[in-house]
Design a protein around this ligand. Structure first.
Ligand code: MG
Ligand code: ZN
Length: 361
């Protein structure tokens, strides 16, 4: 009994490794990972009802991810993003560290090591749990200043989102730091740093871009001066200049906040904004031919369900919620491009990190 179980496990491991090895002929040059924070099936369906047709419908390879963290049936976004970024489960609140608070090497760091360009986009502060877990190693998601410091040393080339206050020295207006570190100057040259949507649109640099467009989080989709699609396009324009390829993570951060607020309209607006950005990634991948695009979520938020609506009128008339926190349901995964097949099926969330890292290493 024991022997056969062990044998089975060996065989499964062997099959998995040989699948990965076989896929290396099919290694993507670039990887774009889209994370819809809090995006479950109901959130996607609500977006589809209103938008009519989603960019997500262009994918042919789909899967499901099991989201629990190392210490909780319900993951938070820190443990969730750390699993996606590193291939390891950790405790809720952990930013790029394992259950013993030791740093875990992230896909972004592997990409840097491989000479690729890297980017992170978020509509929250870039120090918030999801983007932070790709470029910092801190024992608690609450330590924005430490996270900003870690990110400033990560080598990330394109950083777009909110969170300016954590990168400014204490003496600068609007700073939330308690030291005089000037983290912006570690990240980029002055001419590569923008703070407004106007400057963002006018920016034509081809090497790096640090666009911190709010002191903390950016506003809701209908208040933001830039769509996630515009941010994604600019990031790809810059990152794709690198002949070694790139890794880019794009987060639709506030789908989650709509769920926490049990606010159907907020969820839909964020879902539609996120989906358009996914379309931008797919357009690039289709023309480029060497880009793996992955879309998934860290967890579902709200226990959201759709109870009344109209397909013909493109409206959700009644959404309902079971909680104002996260739920444990599996989340969908979509993949396209070289090696997309490796991501189909039902997997732990760590599988995404494991596969991305194996394709980059
Ligand atoms: Mg997030
Ligand atoms: Zn949340």
């Amino acid at each position: 009994m024991l022997i056969s179980k062990h044998y089975l496990r060996l065989m499964t491991g062997f099959l998995f490794c040989s699948t990965l090895l076989a896929a290396q002929d099919n290694r993507p040059k670039n990887i774009i990972l889209f994370i819809g924070d809090g995006m479950g099936i109901a959130q996607i369906t609500a977006g589809r009802t209103v938008k009519g047709k989603l960019e997500l419908e262009r994918f042919r390879d789909l899967g499901l991810l099991i989201t629990h963290s190392a210490d909780n049936y319900l993951t938070d976004s820190a443990a969730g993003a750390t699993a996606l970024a590193t291939g390891e489960k950790t405790y809720n609140g952990a930013i790029g560290v394992d259950v013993d608070k030791k740093p875990l090497k992230t896909v972004l760091e592997y990409a840097e090591q491989a000479g690729k360009a890297t980017g992170l986009i978020s509509t929250s502060s870039v120090t918030h749990a999801t983007p932070a877990s790709f470029a910092a190693h801190v024992d608690s998601r609450k330590k924005d200043n430490e996270i900003a410091e870690g990110m400033s040393r990560s080598g990330v080339d394109v950083l777009i989102g909110g969170g300016l206050a954590y990168f400014l020295p204490a003496s600068a207006e609007g700073s939330k730091r308690d030291d005089e570190l000037d983290l912006l100057s570690r990240l980029a040259k002055p001419q590569q740093i923008v703070r407004t949507a106007e400057a963002f649109r006018a920016y034509s640099g081809k090497e790096k871009l640090v666009a911190l467009l709010a002191d903390k989080h950016m506003g809701k989709a209908d208040e933001r001066p830039l769509t996630l699609k515009e941010m994604t396009r600019k990031a790809i324009e810059i990152l794709s200049q690198d002949e070694d390829g790139f890794f880019l993570m794009v987060e639709g951060s506030q789908i989650d906040w709509g769920g926490h607020g049990n606010d159907t309209e907020y969820i839909i607006m964020e879902m539609v904004d996120f989906d358009a950005a996914v379309g931008e990634g797919l357009d690039f991948a289709e023309s480029n031919g060497e880009t793996l695009v992955i879309v998934t979520a860290d967890h579902e938020t709200g226990g959201f369900s759709l109870e009344k609506g109209s397909v013909a009128e493109h409206k959700v008339e009644k959404g309902d919620f079971t909680t104002n926190y996260h739920t444990a349901e599996m989340v969908p995964l979509f993949a396209a491009g070289p090696s997309a097949r490796l991501l189909t099926g039902i997997h732990q969330n760590t599988h995404v990190g494991t596969v991305m890292i194996s394709l980059i290493k």
